[in-house]
Design a protein around this ligand. Structure first.
Ligand code: PGA
Length: 238
């Protein structure tokens, strides 16, 4: 299986971007495997209809409840029924801007797994936490995965918060070191060989060296995933 090339459109791009994006990827058949594009929930249906057999579709978030009085929210089941097979959970923007706690994220993770969605679970330290990254990541992992025994539908995305949208990328040595730490921790605690993606200012110019690292099982791309040309170039650098 190829390394995973996951896109996170965030609150960018629009319906009119979907067809040209998918068409460009289709033209590059070679890169098909391991592709996931996470889009705003309102676009999931249109994206997944257009992208069937080419790219998997993902959501960027979901609510933890099955249903209920949660105005403005969408459930994991709705996301799945709209055509998504993945959801990002715990992105640092959700943690910071929407006050999502590890406890809440644990419930969201379980809600996704319950309906058969794959989850890209994000962890990462802030700039001021850089020296104590081990304890920060350990807490996010222990609390986020509380009660989880089956990791077959989970991949972790390590995204140092200081590297997201800043143009600043962790060094390859740091990426190897932190991914190694996460993998070892998950092996010790859960007895699993978990896949870890790297995210934070990944672009065509740096993706080859990041994807070449043994500890890196793929990438999660924000800004550079908005244009199909960049997304394809990153996928081709595997
Ligand atoms: P970036 O975002 O590639 O724009 O840094 C990554 C992310 O937020 O997942």
């Amino acid at each position: 299986m190829n390394k995973i090339i996951a896109a996170n459109w965030k609150m960018n791009n629009d319906f009119s971007d979907i067809k040209p994006f998918v068409k460009f990827i289709k033209k590059n058949q070679k890169i098909k495997d391991g592709l996931v594009v996470c889009v705003p929930s309102v676009m999931i249906k249109t994206f997944s209809d257009a992208a069937k057999g080419v790219v998997k579709t993902g959501a960027e978030n979901c609510h933890f409840a099955e249903s209920g009085a949660f105005t403005g929210e969408v459930s994991a089941k709705m996301i799945k029924n709209a055509g998504a097979s993945y959801s990002i959970i715990g992105h640092s923007e959700r943690r910071q801007l929407f006050n999502e706690t590890n406890e809440m994220l644990n419930k969201k993770l379980k809600a996704c797994l319950n309906v058969g969605l794959n989850v890209i679970f994000c962890v990462g330290e802030k700039l001021e936490e850089k020296t104590k990254y081990k304890s920060v990541l350990k807490k996010q992992i222990l609390e986020g995965f509380d009660g989880i025994t089956d990791f077959s539908n989970i991949v972790i995305a390590y995204e140092p918060v200081w590297a997201i949208g800043t143009g600043e990328v962790a060094t390859t040595q740091d990426i190897s070191k932190v991914h190694g730490f996460i993998k070892k921790l998950c092996e010790e605690i859960y007895n699993v060989d978990v896949k870890v993606l790297y995210g934070g200012s990944v672009k065509p110019a740096n993706s080859a060296e990041i994807l070449a690292l043994a500890e890196v099982d793929g990438v999660l791309i924000g800004g550079a995933s908005l244009k199909a040309e960049d997304y394809v170039a990153i996928a081709q650098s595997r």
